[in-house]
Design a protein around this ligand. Structure first.
Ligand SMILES: Cc1cc2nc3c(=O)[nH]c(=O)nc-3n(C[C@H](O)[C@H](O)[C@H](O)COP(=O)(O)O)c2cc1C
Length: 180
């Protein structure tokens, strides 16, 4: 199975640090999965306005289509998900992620916006009919040290558990029909 790790930040390193940690925990449980990271910071983003899509957007769409599962890691911007992430979802065929497992992790500058994951990101993935794991992880600045390493042990525990549940959802997904 191909798992796409989506690093949704366009600025800093914390969103990627969470993703690296969950990648490590996934590998500890299952070394056979093919893991690839898509860094939004590396893409030339283009708003969906009806114009022909540039190469980066086409590549991004293809990666979503080809993947068998996803870990979506996002920063919180203005009490919501970043525009580039919503824009990416707008470009994806509504059947491309159907019955595929997804886990969500998010990082904000404060505690206040953890429900963005539950109230804004999850409904989009539910619309895509993804197998969204019931658990997700929200971090904020005080869970990291000055080098953007996760120092909070409870966050590590939750990421480990998330990786485990995600892998169970991967097995379930293999039994379900997928669009080519
Ligand atoms: C444009 C912008 C808006 C932001 N809005 C919020 C916000 O509403 N709530 C919040 O908790 N953090 C907010 N933040 C802080 C980011 O969530 C935080 O800097 C980010 O998660 C750090 O991750 P990174 O190092 O991967 O970029 C905002 C940051 C930016 C740049």
């Amino acid at each position: 199975m191909k798992i796409l790790l989506v690093d949704g930040t366009v600025f800093g390193k914390k969103t990627g640090a969470i993703l690296r940690q969950i990648e490590q925990y996934i590998k500890e449980y299952n070394a056979e999965l093919e893991l690839e990271t898509l860094y939004f910071a590396d893409l030339k983003h283009q708003i969906l306005d009806g114009s022909p899509l540039n190469d980066d957007m086409q590549m991004m769409i293809q990666k979503f289509k080809e993947a068998d599962g996803y870990i979506i890691s996002t920063p919180i911007y203005q009490a919501s998900i970043p525009g580039v992430l919503k824009n990416a979802f707008d470009m994806i065929d509504p059947k491309a992620m159907r019955y595929k497992p997804v886990s969500m992790v998010a990082n904000g500058g404060t505690y206040q916006h953890h429900l963005v994951v539950e109230n804004q990101l999850r409904p989009i993935l539910d619309y895509f009919r993804c197998l969204v794991t019931p658990n997700y992880v929200y971090t904020h600045s005080s869970h990291f040290d000055e080098n953007d390493m996760i120092t909070d042990e409870s966050i590590h525990e939750r990421l480990r558990e998330l990786a485990y549940v995600f892998l169970q959802y991967c097995k379930l997904s293999e039994t379900l029909p997928h669009k080519d």
